[in-house]
Ligand binder design. Structure first.
Ligand SMILES: Nc1ncnc2c1ncn2[C@@H]1O[C@H](COP(=O)(O)O)[C@@H](OP(=O)(O)O)[C@H]1O
Ligand SMILES: [Mg+2]
Ligand SMILES: [Mg+2]
Ligand SMILES: [Mg+2]
Length: 390
C-alpha cells in the first residue's frame, strides 16, 4: 500500500507570559535593573527562548503513540472502528494515541501548566456499550507504556478517560497550549496507507514546535520521479523548533538529518501533493504543471514537503468546511523551519491563535518561498475564474 504512494511574541505585557524554564535563569538578575531595562532584557531572553524540554517530551510522546498505532493497524479489526457524530471514522488507536500523548506530556513536564487542544473526546467511550472498547484502549495504552519501561504508571480506565478529556482546551492567543491530532488521516490509517501523529506547541498564539510521526512514510523520497525501490524502510519522525530548523530521523531511532524544502523556482517542474478529502481545486494548469498530483493522507504531506519530495501542497476543501488547528499546526512549523511557507488563498499566514478552528480565506497553500508569489497568483486567478463561471 505504501508502494501505491511511491508511484503515484511575543506579547510581552509582563513577565507573566514566560514559562518557569525561562524565568528561572533570568528572574534573579532582573531584580537589579530599572523597569524599562527589565522589559528589554526579558524581550531579548524570550526571543532566544528554548523549547528543548518540551520538544524532547513531544518526541517521546509522538513516538510512543506511533508504536501504539502501528500495533493497531497491524491487527485492524472491524470492531476497532467507531463512527463519530460527523460520520468520520475514529478507532481505538485515535483514542489510545490521544490518551498516551496527553498522559506522557503531563508526566514529563510536571512544572508546566498543562493545556491541550486535541481532536477526540471521551463522550462516546463513556456509554454503556463502549465498555469493551474502553478496556481495549486502556490495555493498549498500558502495553505501550510498559514497552518503554514505564511500568510504574499503569492507568485505570477512568485515568484514560481523563487523559483524553484533558484535550478539551480552547487554545487561544495567551499562554502555552499543546495541539494534538492523535491520528491525522484516520481514513488512510484504515486503508493501511499514510497517517500521522501530529503534535505542536503554541506559545502566545504562535506555533513554536512541532512533531510529526509518520509510521508508514518511507525514509527515502516519495517524489513521483523516484522509481527505485528503497531498502531504507519506513517510519519517519519530523521535528522542528522555532528558529532551529527541521530534522528527520527514523521512528526506530537512527541518526537525525536536517531537511530542507525543494528549491525549485520553476513552477512547471514543481510536483504537487493533494489530500484525498480536499482535492477538488486545481491551479496546476495555470502554472503549466503536467505531472499529476500525488495524493497522500494526513500531515505526512507536510513532512514529505519539508524534505523536498514535492514542491507544492494545495488544500481547498468544500465551501463551509472549517479547518481545525490540529490538522495543520505541526505540519506548518515542520515546513516553515525547513524553508517553506504556508498561507491561505489571500496570502495571509495561518493564524493558530483563534481557538480550535483556523479561520481562513478559502484554502491552504504550502510551498517554498520562491514559488509562493507565482502560485498565489495562479490560485487567485483560478478562484476568480471559478467564481465568475458559477
Ligand atoms: N470534507 C473534508 N474536507 C477537508 N478536510 C476534511 C474533510 N473531512 C475531514 N477532513 C479533515 O481532513 C483531515 C485529513 O486530512 P487529509 O485529507 O490531508 O488526510 C481529517 O483529519 P482526521 O483524519 O484526523 O480526522 C479531517 O479533520
Ligand atoms: Mg478525525
Ligand atoms: Mg486530522
Ligand atoms: Mg485525527
Amino acid at each position: 500500500m505504501v508502494a501505491s504512494i511511491v508511484q503515484n511574541p511575543l506579547k510581552l505585557g509582563t513577565t507573566l507570559h514566560l514559562t518557569p524554564t525561562i524565568l528561572a535563569p533570568i528572574s534573579r538578575p532582573l531584580l537589579f535593573f530599572s523597569k524599562p531595562l527589565q522589559l528589554r532584557s526579558v524581550r531579548r531572553a524570550s526571543i532566544s527562548m528554548s523549547y528543548d524540554r518540551q520538544l524532547a517530551a513531544a518526541k517521546k510522546a509522538a513516538s510512543l503513540a506511533a508504536r501504539l498505532c502501528q500495533k493497531v493497524q497491524k491487527a485492524l479489526l472491524q470492531s476497532d472502528v467507531q463512527s463519530k457524530y460527523d460520520n468520520t471514522p475514529v478507532t481505538v488507536a485515535d483514542y489510545g494515541s490521544q490518551a498516551l500523548v496527553s498522559f506522557i506530556l503531563e508526566k514529563e513536564l510536571p512544572s508546566m501548566s498543562f493545556s491541550l487542544v486535541a481532536e477526540e473526546d471521551s463522550e462516546d467511550l463513556r456509554k454503556e456499550e463502549a465498555q469493551g472498547t474502553l478496556k481495549r484502549i486502556t490495555d493498549l495504552v498500558n502495553e505501550t507504556l510498559a514497552s518503554d519501561g514505564m511500568t510504574d504508571t499503569p492507568l485505570f480506565e477512568e485515568d484514560v478517560l481523563v487523559a483524553i478529556d484533558n484535550g478539551k482546551s480552547e487554545g487561544g492567543p495567551r499562554g502555552q497550549h499543546w495541539v494534538l491530532d492523535p491520528i491525522d488521516g484516520t481514513k488512510g490509517f484504515l486503508r493501511g496507507d499514510q497517517y500521522a501523529i501530529a503534535l505542536a506547541l503554541l506559545d502566545e498564539g504562535k506555533v513554536v514546535l512541532g512533531v510529526l510521526a509518520c509510521p508508514n512514510l518511507p525514509l527515502a523520497s516519495i517524489a513521483s520521479h523516484n522509481q527505485h525501490i528503497s531498502k531504507d524502510g519506513v517510519g519517519c519522525l519530523f521535528y522542528a523548533q522555532v528558529g532551529t530548523g527541521t530534522y528527520m530521523k527514523s521512528l526506530d531511532g537512527s541518526r537525525e538529518t536536517k531537511v530542507h524544502v525543494c528549491a525549485t523556482e520553476n513552477p512547471e517542474e514543481a510536483s504537487f501533493f493533494e489530500s484525498f478529502e480536499a482535492a477538488s481545486f486545481d491551479a496546476r494548469l495555470k502554472l503549466g504543471v503536467e505531472v499529476p498530483p500525488v495524493r497522500i493522507d494526513s500531515q505526512a504531506k507536510y513532512g514529505a514537503l519539508s524534505r523536498g519530495d514535492g514542491a507544492i501542497y494545495l488544500r481547498f476543501p468544500h465551501k463551509g468546511y472549517r479547518e481545525k488547528i490540529w490538522d495543520h499546526a505541526a505540519g506548518y512549523i515542520v515546513v516553515a523551519e525547513a524553508g517553506g511557507v504556508a498561507t491561505d488563498a489571500a496570502g495571509n499566514p495561518l493564524d493558530f491563535s483563534r481557538g480550535r478552528y483556523l479561520d481562513l480565506d478559502t484554502g491552504i497553500i504550502v510551498t517554498n518561498q520562491k514559488l509562493m508569489p507565482a502560485l498565489l497568483k495562479a490560485v487567485q486567478e483560478s478562484l476568480k475564474e471559478k467564481a465568475s463561471s458559477l
